[in-house]
Design a protein. Sequence first.
Length: 355
Amino acid sequence: MKATRWLMTGQAVPLSAAEFEPAAAAGEVVVAVAGCGVCHTDLGFYYDGVRTNHPLPLCLGHEISGRVVDCGPGAEGWQARSVIVAAVIPCGECDACRRGKGTICARQTMPGNDLHGGFATHVVVPARGLCPVDESLLQAVDLDLAGACVIADAVTTPYQAVTQAGVGQGDLVIVNGVGGIGGYCAQIARTFGATVVAIDVNDDKLAALPRESVALRLNARGVAPRELKNSIQAFAKTRGLRDKSEWFIFECSGTRAGQETAFGLLNHGATLGVVGFTMDKVEVRLSNLMAFHARALGNWGCPPALYPPALDLVLAGRVQVSPFIEKRPLGEINAVFDAVHRGEFKRRAVLVPAA
């Protein structure tokens, strides 16, 4: 089987196509890639010098969907099935995994970081990281298998964050940074019964959110943190929500300013979920966690066991994906990376191999 992958050979060095022959070992499958999303993390590896665990050259890409075309021993049941590949795949056997803590598994593998990823025609991955997809159900929500790739991170990661935080009916959820992963976080929180406040510095991103998912949209550009907090308190009071305690704040912008803004929204008993990533350092008064008896939670990926319920929200039309993606040919990867890096894409870029 002949296949092609696009390799990163150095920081900001143009990605280059290379042929290879994919082969599945025991417990592995070969997936013919339908689509692979371009994530902020990929740009961090490529432009910002974030270290990959696998030495270069490396094929990036961890938001992968496709069809299984070959199976190694023990994985034969996946043959010809349509799948989403988990962005982070725990080993399933270590102490952490046995205790349901797969997100901190020391032997986890991440396509595009620990092994070659999905910016390719084919990818070899452990079968334990697969989530089956019924393509006929995707059609009902105006989505195809290629577009479904973003579920592998942009949807499942905030799903894990909202689940881990314990969001429930009647809670006030604040999502800071609603482009990409934050937009899905807002939609998911609403399905859990929360009233959602969306914050961004871009009016277009705020306006793009589904009307039924967000109760209040705030542009934080040029707004003092105290003023922002006062606006949310006033809104919560009018809605009969907790206005001075127990807010759930999800930081999804992955920027220094965004993280400082999110931390500044802490109140008594609040929960801060850090979902976005940045290499920048932030300056905060950590003692606020103590004074408010608040908590801060990191959110790394999503256990494969949570993929099916996250997918179900998409298939039920409760979380919209199609309006927020833009598909481009895989061969345009260098131009797409550059455009995404420059902020020229308004939607999630999905790279699709030629048929």
